[in-house]
Ligand binder design. Structure first.
Ligand code: AMP
Length: 574
């Protein structure tokens, strides 16, 4: 397929700030994409060249790309640098430069989507000495073949700034409309996507096998599964209404969630809650999993925590020292860890996703040989809320965050990517009167005054509305931001800055921010109360009172933030 067709779609998407229009543009486009190209096209509309979990990063330096533009356009570097300084955007620089390019022998329109895709892949995996030069020349060749507008998008893609405002859910909507004629079928696609978070695979399966093929999608070892999440209640007593009968109550540990995969060849891969491959951060865990699990193939989940030499749990901040690319071995020794396993999703050729919880945990108990570094989550089984509370108090005394209460009913399957009522969390914050934590997405910022002049004075934070795939504002956050944090914010958020409000953001005029961001960064916020508000859009008009910054939630993606529905449910309970 001609790359220029995708370029035209990018141009249309770039012009719109409406999520609905984006879905329509994509649906129309997908209808005309040949089946063999649909997977590539799905990645490219997201500005990616593979599914996110594969971690294929282009991230070329601006300087090298500028050189490539020089080769393709014949314009010298000084002039190009001037255009870059004026526009502040490598894409616009490429477009301007190539509008002036001399007529080449290669006619326009010969650049195919496959060629762009394959060459970008080659660049991404290329390393070693001399690779910069080869990468630069490869880009130059692509630019020579592309139109000026095409060059704009290719250059943005290679430095990682192509952001069309399209999210995975937008693509699924577009696919549902294009291939089934009905947007409501997106639900079926989303269910499959939760088990297989790879839009390319979903698109190709849908195009080739229809919805029947989509419904058959199951676990593939080595490909992460979106993690199941827990609901919350306001009063512990409500648990028995939501989960009648026998309950398993497990400790809730404040560490990092890990999904561990071992394939037939013995290769172990670890995924984070964001489905990033974090295997290299934990070579010690890979070794323990290899030694302590009696299965040739598995997918299991647990929480990793830092421990001291006696095996006692250490705070979350200590574990965070293990989030590093360098000196990994040194920190393996400095900060030993323990994995508390709590679920089994696949074992020796069989998927357990749709099995009840006690079947999954029963098998997990059989195949795990417990030791200091690998063990199972502490737990009790009971029907009595008093006993749940006693266990909760014990967990707090042991320094943990609270408990997760799990259904043992016959339908207690693993609900991938869903916050269902099969798991309920009960944390210490819930017991303190009227205070709760929210994980919110930063979507904008207001320039500060007085002591904060020149910096961001407050952040505009939003919930995620799963139904509409939009972000809705819930508060302006100014409290709890230390001086260091105020310095850090523009750097941390700068790369997500966009010209207009994010396409999927629902915001009132009164909350128009000075700076807008692509919804990417998630923060944990503590608040005392939820009130009705005419200025915010969350759940149809709710806001937080006295919000306070607690910490960044690097482990969460924007779509994993507190949902608008959760906010509404919390109000209903108060
Ligand atoms: P939250 O991040 O507050 O929504 O709580 C859910 C998180 O608690 C999960 O993503 C896990 O990382 C963590 N967690 C800790 N212990 C458990 C457990 N026993 N079962 C499930 N999740 C747990």
């Amino acid at each position: 397929m001609d790359f220029q067709k995708l370029v035209d779609v990018y141009a249309e998407l770039e012009k719109t700030a409406s999520g609905n229009t984006m879905r329509e543009i994509l649906a129309q486009f997908f209808k005309n994409v040949p089946v063999e190209d649909i997977s590539i096209v799905s990645y490219l509309t997201l500005g990616q060249i593979s599914s996110e979990y594969e971690g294929v990063v282009l991230g070329m330096a601006e300087k090298s790309v500028l050189k490539a533009i020089g080769i393709a356009s014949g314009i010298e570097q000084g002039k190009l640098q001037k255009i870059l300084d004026e526009t502040g955007d490598i894409g616009l620089t490429a477009e301007k430069a190539l509008l002036k390019k001399p007529m080449t022998l290669v006619p326009l329109g010969t650049l195919t989507i496959q060629e762009v895709f394959e060459r970008l892949h080659t660049i991404a995996v290329m390393g070693g000495s001399g690779s910069q030069e080869v990468k630069m020349n490869t880009i130059a060749q692509l630019l020579q073949k592309a139109s000026a507008a095409g060059a704009k998008y290719i250059t943005r893609m290679v430095i990682g700034t192509l952001r069309m405002g399209v999210g995975d859910m937008t693509v699924l909507d577009g696919l549902a409309i294009a291939y089934t004629g009905e947007k409501k079928n997106k639900e079926i696609l989303e269910k499959a996507y939760n088990i297989c978070p790879d839009v390319g695979v979903i698109a190709e399966t849908l195009a080739k096998q229809g919805l029947l093929g989509i419904e058959k999608i199951d676990v593939t070892v080595g490909r992460p599964i979106k993690m199941m999440l827990a609901q919350r209640v306001e009063e512990l007593e409500e648990v028995s209404e939501k989960i009648p009968g026998k309950l398993t109550v497990e400790g809730k540990y404040d560490g990092e969630r890990i999904q561990a995969h071992k394939d037939k060849r013995g290769k172990i891969t670890l995924f984070s809650r964001r489905l990033e491959n974090i295997t290299e951060q934990f070579p010690d865990l890979v070794g323990y999993l290899d030694k302590h699990i009696d299965a040739t193939e598995f997918v299991m989940e647990g929480e990793v925590i830092a421990i001291d030499s006696s095996g006692k749990c250490l705070p979350f901040q200590t574990l965070m020292q293990r989030k590093r690319k360098y000196d990994v071995e040194e920190f393996v020794k400095k900060v030993p860890v323990q994995l508390k396993l709590f679920d089994l999703l696949y074992c020796n050729g069989k998927s357990y996703l749709h099995e009840a919880y006690d079947i999954r945990i029963g098998l997990l108990e059989k195949i795990v040989h417990r030791g200091k570094h690998i063990t199972l989550a502490d737990k009790i089984v009971t029907e009595d809320i008093e006993e749940v509370n006693d266990f909760f108090q014990k967990m707090l005394k042991d320094g943990f965050e609270g408990v997760i209460i799990k259904s043992m009913a016959t339908d207690s399957e693993y609900q991938a990517g869903t916050r269902g009522w099969n798991w309920i969390k009960w944390k210490k914050e819930y017991v303190k009167e009227l205070s709760d934590t929210f994980d919110l997405v930063i979507v904008g910022a207001f320039i500060g005054r007085g002591r904060r002049s020149g910096k961001y004075g407050a952040l505009l934070c939003a919930t995620y509305n799963e139904k509409t795939d939009r972000f809705e504002t819930l508060c302006k956050l100014g409290t709890g931001l230390t001086d260091e944090l105020l310095e850090e914010l523009p750097v941390k958020l700068g790369k997500y800055k966009i010209e207009h409000k994010a396409a999927r953001l629902l915001v009132k005029k009164e909350m128009e921010a000075d700076v807008w961001f692509e919804p990417r960064v998630v923060v944990e916020v503590l608040a005392a109360e939820i009130t009705k508000s005419p200025f915010h859009t969350a759940g149809g008009g709710y806001a937080l009172r006295f919000p306070r910054f607690i910490k960044f939630r690097e482990d969460k993606k924007a779509e994993q933030a507190t949902t608008s529905l959760e906010v509404v449910q919390m109000v209903g309970k108060r």
